[in-house]
Design a protein around this ligand. Structure first.
Ligand code: ZN
Length: 240
């Protein structure tokens, strides 16, 4: 794949979690202008939304070359969509695997909705690349994270908006350990430490427990995935 011209501009779907923080760094490394969009769909906790602002601020402080490229942040209220999902993230249901084999944290079609809002915003802002942290490697049973789904969405958006958007998914084929390695390659220890300290992944919104891989309850599926990826990456780093 050839490098896009640095004059290209991108919109990163940015939740403040580990994956989208790496995507933000990836985009800042490639594009001349990068804006971020986040969605408030009635998350049970505000930790994620607070993490977004901390990660943006620290990336600006730690990477002067990227600071000039980092543009506006947009937060879109889609609480009415979250209400439809009625999942463990937005109500008091337990996090479990449902009868359909999907985690109860799954909001049906979430990425379809995110990308439609993002594309409408990108159209108005003159941004051509939509960057998201979707990944089918550590497959959690989210059918809207599959590249096949995203190819179909890209086609629908371009037809429906008379546009030439490109949906970029730099983490699609990476394991969680490889995502840590990508962060290291992009921004070294400054970036990996920033992601450990400031990004937020825990489904329960826990910021009171500090682990080597960051803050979180340590037992929810999101924490387990993050912890396992961290251990695998550190193990490899020690072995080489
Ligand atoms: Zn957790």
């Amino acid at each position: 794949m050839s490098q896009p011209p640095p004059t290209d501009a991108a919109l990163v779907l940015f939740s403040g979690g580990q994956d989208s923080s790496v995507c933000l760094a990836w985009a800042l490394d490639r594009y001349g202008r990068v804006e971020t969009v986040g969605f408030d769909y009635g998350q049970r906790h505000a930790a994620e939304l607070e993490a977004r602002q901390r990660v943006r601020a620290e990336i600006g402080r730690g990477f002067p070359a990227w600071a000039g490229r980092l543009g506006e942040d947009h937060l879109i209220d889609i609480k009415s969509f979250g209400a439809i999902g009625e999942t463990a993230l937005t109500s008091d249901r337990a996090i479990e695997i449902t009868g359909r084999g999907l985690p109860s944290t799954f909001v049906p079609g979430r990425n379809l909705v995110f990308l439609t809002y993002a594309a409408a915003l990108a159209d108005r802002r003159g941004l051509t690349h939509l960057v998201g942290g979707m990944c089918e490697t550590d497959y959690s049973g989210y059918p809207d994270c599959r590249r096949e789904t995203l190819d179909a969405v890209e086609r629908a958006l371009n037809l429906g908006m008379e546009q030439g958007f490109c949906i970029e998914t730099p983490l699609m084929r990476l394991t969680k350990a490889e995502t840590w390695a990508l962060a290291d390659r992009l921004g070294g220890e400054t970036l990996t430490r920033l992601i450990v300290e400031e990004s937020h992944t825990c489904y329960l919104g826990d910021r009171s427990l500090r682990h080597a891989w960051g803050y979180g309850c340590g037992t929810c599926p999101a924490c387990e995935l993050r912890a396992r990826g961290w251990a695998e990456w550190r193990g490899e780093a020690v072995a080489t």
